[in-house]
Design a binder for this molecule. Structure first.
Ligand SMILES: Cc1cc2nc3c(=O)[nH]c(=O)nc-3n(C[C@H](O)[C@H](O)[C@H](O)COP(=O)(O)OP(=O)(O)OC[C@H]3O[C@@H](n4cnc5c(N)ncnc54)[C@H](O)[C@@H]3O)c2cc1C
Length: 405
């Protein structure tokens, strides 16, 4: 049996790795092996083009790192997070910092704490048709919505935040139960996730071509015949084929990330800062998580989410000048920037809009066409490395059971 896997992101690589034990597999990749989890490498180090970390409950990823002999590279650290409020940055990592945060009154903070406790008990599936704005207005009130949730929603979804379902937020609150009193504990692979991509890619046949999938009797990809196609690229890239296969359209958002190498730190301690009044949603200072000595410089991302029609609207230079101009008001010394690059992804994740749960794609679309990736169940309520790797494994197992066992 010959299988074509479309996309060499984490889902495609993991599916291909498992399937290639049973039959011939070709992987097609139009851009970068590793997909959204890809990296840029200099002589000294590799760094992800988009910020990446993982959580204690990403159990499949953690197990896989062990199987691939990468466990000794895993680092766990409690990181500090912050929030910009009226042009000033506040650390919001510990209960006492939250207590003294001026952006919300005491009653609102209490409402927020109660909401967090209650959300874990609510059945999020019942709230898929309700917008996050309506749900939060009812459960925490306008103040907490505007002061606390709005910046988070904006930093996560850009202009798309109004479409997001309340189910997504409730599911997410339940998922992220690993907060410690000192802050949030995150994992990283010292040396970068490129090591994971390399380990998964070993021994695979990867064809660096954009796949054109056609059907004449059986499946053809760029004129080569296959018995089965496993599609792991974003659903909108499927084009007309999606409707023909009965796949529901999924709205995606886009990402723009400015990555900078700097001679000095931007903030003294915060890893992640959300901004409520700026054109970008967050700064993520990688070297406030990992030691800058590993890199010989400080590394920081400035991140923004937008829509596929606007992702290429502004030029790289424009973005760099505007965003760093704003950051200089928060204390960044632009003279200390050694280098910078802007990275963009047109399809960087689904918008978990109202009714999204009905659109989650099944692994088996027909018995010769399978799908796994960011719209699989394993990536709800949050698309992640863990979710895509697991989707790759589960689609491979489904296919093996259908055809190869
Ligand atoms: C800004 C940002 C930050 C993130 N941070 C984190 C994080 O901290 N932790 C975490 O766990 N996850 C994070 N993620 C999510 C994580 O990167 C993704 O969920 C995961 O990498 C998706 O893998 P995938 O294989 O499903 O999809 P993709 O990575 O999108 O892979 C699909 C591949 O298909 C290729 N392709 C598309 N069309 C074609 C075609 N016609 N022919 C051939 N190939 C094609 C694409 O080039 C791509 O390589 C982040 C993502 C972004 C964008």
């Amino acid at each position: 049996m010959r299988i074509a896997v479309i996309g060499a992101g984490l889902a495609g690589l993991n599916a291909a790795r498992i399937l290639s034990e049973y039959c011939d597999v070709d992987v097609y990749e139009s851009k970068t092996v590793g997909g959204l989890a890809g990296s840029v490498c200099s002589g000294r180090y590799c760094i992800e083009v988009f910020y990446h970390h993982f959580f204690r409950n990403d159990l499949y990823l953690i197990g896989l790192l062990k199987d691939l002999n990468l466990r000794n590279r895993v680092v766990w650290r409690v990181v500090k997070v912050g929030q910009e409020y009226r042009g000033k940055i506040y650390s919001l990592s510990t209960p006492s910092e939250i207590l003294f945060y001026p952006g919300m009154g005491f009653t609102d903070k209490l409402r927020l704490a109660l909401f967090t406790l209650n959300a874990k008990k609510m059945n999020y599936r019942e709230f898929d048709e309700i917008s996050v704005i309506d749900g939060l207005k009812k459960d925490v009130g306008e103040n907490v919505l505007n002061r606390f949730f709005m910046p988070l929603l904006r930093s996560k979804f850009g202009e798309n935040y109004r479409d997001v379902s309340y189910a997504w937020l409730l599911a997410r609150v339940s998922l992220r139960g690993n907060r410690k009193l000192r802050g949030e504990e995150l994992g990283y692979l010292r040396g970068g996730f490129q090591q994971l991509v390399d380990a998964l890619s070993e021994d695979l046949t990867i064809i660096n071509e954009g796949a054109r999938i056609t059907r004449s009797g059986g499946w053809e990809v760029n004129g080569r015949r296959y018995d089965v196609v496993v599609y792991t690229a974003p659903i909108p890239e499927l084009g007309d084929l999606a409707a023909g296969l009965g796949i529901k359209p999924v709205k995606f958002q886009s990402s723009i990330c400015l990555l900078m190498g700097m001679k000095e730190e931007f903030h003294s301690s915060l890893y992640w800062i959300n901004y409520e009044s700026e054109p970008f949603g967050a700064t993520i200072e990688h070297t406030n998580f990992m030691n800058p000595d590993d890199y010989g410089e400080h590394l920081m991302y400035v991140a923004s989410y937008t829509t596929p029609d606007r992702v290429f609207e502004k030029g790289d230079e424009d973005i760099f000048r505007r965003w760093t101009g704003i950051l200089s008001r928060y204390g960044m010394n632009r003279e200390k920037i050694k280098w910078w690059r802007v990275f963009r992804a047109k399809y960087s994740g689904p918008v978990y809009e109202k009714g999204y749960m009905k659109k989650i794609t099944p692994y088996r679309v027909r018995n010769d066409f399978y799908i796994a990736g960011m719209t699989s169940m394993t990536n709800y309520p949050e698309r992640s490395m863990n979710g895509s790797l697991l989707a790759g494994k589960e689609v491979a197992e489904t296919l093996i059971e259908d055809h190869l066992s």
